[in-house]
Design a binder for this molecule. Sequence first.
Ligand code: BES
Ligand code: MN
Ligand code: MN
Length: 457
Amino acid sequence: MEAVQQYIQANRQRFLDELLDFLRIPSISADTKYKDDVLRAATWLSDELKRVGMDGVEIIPTKGHPIIYGEKKVSEALPTILIYGHYDVQPPDPLNLWSSPPFEPVIKDDKIYARGACDDKGQLYMHVKAIEAMLSAGQLACNVKVMFEGEEEVGSVNLGHFLESHKERLGADVILVSDTSIIANDVPSITTGLRGLSYVEVEVTGPNKDLHSGVFGGAVANPANVLCSMIASLHDADRHITIPGFYDDVEIVSDEERKQMNMAPFNEADYKKELNVNALMGEKGYTTLERTSIRPTMEVNGIWGGYIGEGAKTVLPSKAFAKISMRLVPNQDPDKITEMFRNHFTSIAPPSVTVKVTPHHGGHPAVTPTDTIEYQAASKAMLKSFGKAPLPQRSGGSIPIVALFESILGIKTVLLGFGLDTDDIHSPNEHYGLFNFYKGIETIPYYFMYYAEMKKS
Ligand code: BES
Ligand code: MN
Ligand code: MN
């Protein structure tokens, strides 16, 4: 293990330079204009896997963006770790809020600023470099397979089918994912839960054309006004969601576990300051840590309609729209929730408008156990690299494929992420700490070592 860590030390600068090259490729999966760039990122990454010595490296086409696969088998007797990550990134908009261009990475205050720096190119690349170090030192302690996708940010729509049709090839003892956060650089943690997702778009239609808001306003329903009051009615005064049956399947977390999760360090004043808000708002009866992990939520992600250009135009719009997401917790079913939303939202529409609800992608929530060798090895690896045992913590984010790893492949996942919730992923000025990048590269080989040891005994 000495040799592995020495190799990492000796190659620090090159690892970083390579990541910056990777970050220069705008692999935006949501925007078809960038299809060739997504493919370029896939090619770059697969070339890199070949260069570090992986076998069977392949760019596998899908109906959308390709999946990259590679493997290195050391011995039948050793356990196999399957690494998953995503090389696609979120669109960088709004561009004017970036301090430096999103695809021209810069290092400032020991952080890498670029779209994808943390989510997930920077975290994915830690694995590539850890594998390189283990191979170069001749100390790969487990067999390893890698699977990197280019469609995570658009719902991993083709990955489920890929899992179904490549069960054999993807066979492994554990899946290791770095696409989540730790609590703080001096408070390591391992993510033990992800929320699910139901995402819908709604369209409210009033009159058959935009109208003069003076001539017709007051007599004809304004779809923008109606949409706002419909959305407002989806929460009550205690910030509970009002859709009948919405909470029916919600897992009840024990008092003991709630007590445990609230012991994690959290400073409300710092949290508010960081976000520049004077007060927080959320479901009554739950703390901020609970509201962002074990409770379901509903958020408007975007809302539009009518005149949004410069100056004022007096118009009563014909249509108004919103994109609405619901974060789900164990045992809520995304399809069931989407149907509930559709029924409820249609039923509360006044007769003066018509409503259309279109479902987008969704995903199941996931929880990972802590009483397994797979988790314990991760805990031990972090204790070794951070000098502090990590806390288990449920996250508010979603990685829908994790539930499918379990249901299709029958393999449990360990969420060994190194980002921070303050890294501005999906926001302008996304960044990733150099500390976090290198700490990840350092920790992963320990995971391989401890996991092999613990599996043996
Ligand atoms: N890496 C994130 C998820 C995440 C972020 C988990 C922070 C834990 C902490 C992932 O890339 C992501 O953004 N997922 C989407 C869902 C997807 C279906 C678009 C999300 O959570 O909104
Ligand atoms: Mn991600
Ligand atoms: Mn993301």
